[in-house]
Design a protein. Structure first.
Length: 236
Protein backbone atom coordinates (compact mmCIF):
# COMPACT_ATOMS: atom_id res chain seq x y z
CA UNK A 1 0.00 0.00 0.00
CA UNK A 2 1.37 3.44 -0.92
CA UNK A 3 2.65 5.70 1.83
CA UNK A 4 -0.06 7.79 3.52
CA UNK A 5 1.34 11.07 2.16
CA UNK A 6 1.33 9.64 -1.36
CA UNK A 7 -2.30 8.56 -0.94
CA UNK A 8 -3.30 12.02 0.24
CA UNK A 9 -1.63 13.65 -2.77
CA UNK A 10 -3.29 11.12 -5.07
CA UNK A 11 -6.73 11.76 -3.53
CA UNK A 12 -6.39 15.51 -3.98
CA UNK A 13 -5.13 15.12 -7.56
CA UNK A 14 -8.07 12.83 -8.35
CA UNK A 15 -10.59 15.50 -7.33
CA UNK A 16 -8.76 18.22 -9.26
CA UNK A 17 -8.86 15.98 -12.33
CA UNK A 18 -12.53 14.95 -12.14
CA UNK A 19 -14.27 17.99 -10.68
CA UNK A 20 -14.24 21.16 -12.83
CA UNK A 21 -15.42 23.15 -9.80
CA UNK A 22 -12.18 22.42 -7.90
CA UNK A 23 -9.90 25.48 -8.15
CA UNK A 24 -6.94 24.66 -5.95
CA UNK A 25 -5.37 21.98 -3.81
CA UNK A 26 -6.06 24.03 -0.68
CA UNK A 27 -9.77 24.27 -1.53
CA UNK A 28 -9.96 20.52 -2.13
CA UNK A 29 -8.04 19.76 1.05
CA UNK A 30 -10.28 21.90 3.25
CA UNK A 31 -13.72 21.88 1.61
CA UNK A 32 -14.45 18.46 0.10
CA UNK A 33 -16.46 16.28 2.48
CA UNK A 34 -16.07 13.23 0.23
CA UNK A 35 -12.31 13.50 0.63
CA UNK A 36 -12.60 13.84 4.41
CA UNK A 37 -14.95 10.83 4.59
CA UNK A 38 -12.42 8.77 2.66
CA UNK A 39 -9.65 9.73 5.08
CA UNK A 40 -11.86 8.84 8.04
CA UNK A 41 -12.55 5.49 6.37
CA UNK A 42 -8.85 4.70 5.99
CA UNK A 43 -8.28 5.12 9.70
CA UNK A 44 -11.47 3.16 10.51
CA UNK A 45 -10.50 0.35 8.14
CA UNK A 46 -7.05 0.02 9.72
CA UNK A 47 -8.65 -0.22 13.17
CA UNK A 48 -11.18 -2.76 11.88
CA UNK A 49 -8.52 -4.95 10.29
CA UNK A 50 -6.53 -4.95 13.55
CA UNK A 51 -9.48 -6.07 15.66
CA UNK A 52 -10.44 -2.73 17.20
CA UNK A 53 -14.05 -3.11 16.06
CA UNK A 54 -15.69 -0.83 18.61
CA UNK A 55 -13.27 2.04 18.04
CA UNK A 56 -13.55 1.60 14.28
CA UNK A 57 -17.35 1.83 14.44
CA UNK A 58 -17.26 4.76 16.86
CA UNK A 59 -14.77 6.70 14.75
CA UNK A 60 -16.81 5.99 11.62
CA UNK A 61 -19.81 7.60 13.32
CA UNK A 62 -17.71 10.68 14.03
CA UNK A 63 -16.87 10.80 10.33
CA UNK A 64 -20.54 10.40 9.45
CA UNK A 65 -21.51 13.26 11.79
CA UNK A 66 -18.93 15.59 10.26
CA UNK A 67 -19.32 14.69 6.58
CA UNK A 68 -22.85 13.28 6.12
CA UNK A 69 -21.30 10.20 4.50
CA UNK A 70 -21.52 6.76 6.11
CA UNK A 71 -18.84 4.22 5.22
CA UNK A 72 -18.68 1.03 7.23
CA UNK A 73 -15.09 0.34 8.31
CA UNK A 74 -15.37 -3.24 7.05
CA UNK A 75 -15.91 -2.16 3.44
CA UNK A 76 -13.04 -2.64 0.97
CA UNK A 77 -12.32 0.43 -1.13
CA UNK A 78 -9.69 0.78 -3.85
CA UNK A 79 -7.71 3.82 -4.88
CA UNK A 80 -8.87 7.14 -6.33
CA UNK A 81 -12.48 6.92 -5.13
CA UNK A 82 -14.23 10.25 -5.74
CA UNK A 83 -17.38 11.01 -3.72
CA UNK A 84 -18.81 14.18 -5.25
CA UNK A 85 -20.86 16.32 -2.82
CA UNK A 86 -21.53 13.11 -0.91
CA UNK A 87 -24.36 13.93 1.48
CA UNK A 88 -26.39 10.80 2.19
CA UNK A 89 -23.95 8.30 0.68
CA UNK A 90 -24.09 4.91 2.46
CA UNK A 91 -21.56 2.12 1.90
CA UNK A 92 -22.28 -1.19 3.64
CA UNK A 93 -19.97 -3.52 5.51
CA UNK A 94 -19.26 -6.12 2.83
CA UNK A 95 -19.13 -3.69 -0.08
CA UNK A 96 -16.12 -3.96 -2.39
CA UNK A 97 -15.20 -0.94 -4.52
CA UNK A 98 -12.46 -1.03 -7.15
CA UNK A 99 -10.22 1.76 -8.42
CA UNK A 100 -11.27 5.04 -10.09
CA UNK A 101 -14.93 4.85 -8.99
CA UNK A 102 -17.13 7.96 -8.77
CA UNK A 103 -20.15 8.24 -6.47
CA UNK A 104 -22.55 11.16 -6.37
CA UNK A 105 -24.72 12.28 -3.48
CA UNK A 106 -27.37 9.97 -2.04
CA UNK A 107 -25.90 6.73 -3.40
CA UNK A 108 -26.63 3.60 -1.36
CA UNK A 109 -24.54 0.46 -1.66
CA UNK A 110 -26.67 -1.66 0.64
CA UNK A 111 -28.10 -5.05 1.46
CA UNK A 112 -31.55 -6.52 0.95
CA UNK A 113 -32.16 -8.35 4.21
CA UNK A 114 -30.67 -9.83 7.35
CA UNK A 115 -28.56 -12.50 5.67
CA UNK A 116 -24.96 -13.00 6.79
CA UNK A 117 -21.80 -13.14 4.72
CA UNK A 118 -21.37 -11.15 1.50
CA UNK A 119 -24.58 -9.12 1.30
CA UNK A 120 -23.50 -5.86 -0.30
CA UNK A 121 -22.49 -5.00 -3.88
CA UNK A 122 -19.16 -5.30 -5.63
CA UNK A 123 -18.33 -2.26 -7.77
CA UNK A 124 -15.57 -2.88 -10.29
CA UNK A 125 -13.06 -0.34 -11.63
CA UNK A 126 -14.01 2.89 -13.40
CA UNK A 127 -17.71 2.87 -12.51
CA UNK A 128 -19.80 6.06 -12.20
CA UNK A 129 -22.93 5.92 -10.04
CA UNK A 130 -25.40 8.80 -10.35
CA UNK A 131 -27.11 10.72 -7.56
CA UNK A 132 -29.68 8.82 -5.52
CA UNK A 133 -28.96 5.43 -7.10
CA UNK A 134 -29.53 2.31 -5.01
CA UNK A 135 -27.42 -0.79 -5.63
CA UNK A 136 -28.67 -3.55 -3.36
CA UNK A 137 -27.59 -7.07 -2.51
CA UNK A 138 -24.64 -9.28 -3.35
CA UNK A 139 -24.42 -8.27 -6.99
CA UNK A 140 -21.62 -7.03 -9.24
CA UNK A 141 -21.47 -3.90 -11.35
CA UNK A 142 -18.85 -4.56 -14.01
CA UNK A 143 -15.96 -2.39 -15.14
CA UNK A 144 -16.62 0.89 -16.99
CA UNK A 145 -20.34 0.90 -16.16
CA UNK A 146 -22.61 3.90 -15.63
CA UNK A 147 -25.60 3.81 -13.29
CA UNK A 148 -28.20 6.51 -13.91
CA UNK A 149 -29.40 8.84 -11.17
CA UNK A 150 -32.25 7.40 -9.12
CA UNK A 151 -31.85 3.89 -10.50
CA UNK A 152 -32.43 0.80 -8.38
CA UNK A 153 -30.04 -1.99 -9.34
CA UNK A 154 -31.01 -5.47 -8.14
CA UNK A 155 -29.15 -7.69 -10.64
CA UNK A 156 -25.61 -8.03 -11.96
CA UNK A 157 -24.58 -5.46 -14.56
CA UNK A 158 -22.16 -6.61 -17.29
CA UNK A 159 -19.05 -4.60 -18.14
CA UNK A 160 -19.26 -1.49 -20.34
CA UNK A 161 -22.98 -0.97 -19.72
CA UNK A 162 -25.23 1.93 -18.82
CA UNK A 163 -28.30 1.13 -16.71
CA UNK A 164 -31.27 3.30 -15.75
CA UNK A 165 -34.71 2.89 -14.22
CA UNK A 166 -36.58 1.21 -11.39
CA UNK A 167 -35.70 -1.60 -11.55
CA UNK A 168 -32.59 -0.79 -13.57
CA UNK A 169 -32.22 -2.12 -17.11
CA UNK A 170 -29.48 -1.76 -19.72
CA UNK A 171 -29.82 1.07 -22.25
CA UNK A 172 -26.24 1.12 -23.58
CA UNK A 173 -23.77 -1.74 -23.85
CA UNK A 174 -20.32 -1.70 -25.46
CA UNK A 175 -21.06 1.75 -26.86
CA UNK A 176 -24.25 0.69 -28.62
CA UNK A 177 -27.82 1.60 -27.81
CA UNK A 178 -29.87 -1.31 -26.46
CA UNK A 179 -33.41 -1.15 -27.78
CA UNK A 180 -36.02 -2.89 -25.62
CA UNK A 181 -38.77 -4.07 -27.92
CA UNK A 182 -40.39 -6.34 -25.35
CA UNK A 183 -41.41 -4.58 -22.11
CA UNK A 184 -41.24 -7.93 -20.29
CA UNK A 185 -37.45 -7.72 -20.58
CA UNK A 186 -37.65 -5.19 -17.73
CA UNK A 187 -37.91 -7.50 -14.75
CA UNK A 188 -40.38 -5.69 -12.52
CA UNK A 189 -41.38 -7.88 -9.55
CA UNK A 190 -44.52 -5.81 -8.91
CA UNK A 191 -45.76 -6.18 -12.48
CA UNK A 192 -45.10 -9.93 -12.39
CA UNK A 193 -47.06 -10.23 -9.13
CA UNK A 194 -49.97 -8.24 -10.56
CA UNK A 195 -49.93 -10.38 -13.68
CA UNK A 196 -50.10 -13.54 -11.55
CA UNK A 197 -53.09 -12.12 -9.63
CA UNK A 198 -54.76 -11.16 -12.91
CA UNK A 199 -54.28 -14.71 -14.18
CA UNK A 200 -55.95 -16.20 -11.11
CA UNK A 201 -58.85 -13.72 -11.36
CA UNK A 202 -59.32 -14.71 -15.00
CA UNK A 203 -59.51 -18.39 -14.08
CA UNK A 204 -62.03 -17.72 -11.31
CA UNK A 205 -64.19 -15.58 -13.60
CA UNK A 206 -64.17 -18.34 -16.21
CA UNK A 207 -65.26 -20.95 -13.62
CA UNK A 208 -68.12 -18.74 -12.40
CA UNK A 209 -69.31 -18.13 -15.95
CA UNK A 210 -69.20 -21.88 -16.66
CA UNK A 211 -71.18 -22.68 -13.50
CA UNK A 212 -73.78 -20.08 -14.42
CA UNK A 213 -74.08 -21.57 -17.90
CA UNK A 214 -72.77 -18.47 -19.62
CA UNK A 215 -70.20 -20.48 -21.58
CA UNK A 216 -69.94 -24.14 -22.58
CA UNK A 217 -67.62 -26.40 -20.60
CA UNK A 218 -65.83 -27.62 -23.71
CA UNK A 219 -64.81 -24.08 -24.61
CA UNK A 220 -62.76 -23.59 -21.42
CA UNK A 221 -59.42 -21.99 -22.16
CA UNK A 222 -57.76 -20.42 -19.15
CA UNK A 223 -55.22 -17.76 -19.98
CA UNK A 224 -51.64 -18.50 -19.04
CA UNK A 225 -49.49 -16.07 -17.08
CA UNK A 226 -47.55 -15.29 -20.24
CA UNK A 227 -50.75 -14.37 -22.08
CA UNK A 228 -51.86 -12.12 -19.24
CA UNK A 229 -48.50 -10.34 -19.21
CA UNK A 230 -48.58 -9.96 -22.99
CA UNK A 231 -52.00 -8.30 -22.80
CA UNK A 232 -51.08 -5.88 -20.01
CA UNK A 233 -50.61 -2.24 -20.92
CA UNK A 234 -47.05 -1.53 -19.75
CA UNK A 235 -45.89 2.00 -19.14
CA UNK A 236 -42.13 2.39 -19.42
Amino acid sequence: MPHLASLIREDVATILERDPAARSKLEVFLCYSGLHALWFYRVDHWLWNHGFYFFARWFSQVGRLLTGIEIHPGAKIGRRLFIDHGMGVVIGETTIIGDDVTLYQGVTLGGTGKEHGKRHPTIDDNVVIGAGARILGNITVGKNCRVGAGSVVLRNVPEDSTVVGVPAHIVFQNGKRVIITDPKQIKDPLSEALAAVAGEVGKLRHRVQKLEGVIEADHEASASLEQIIAEMDYQI
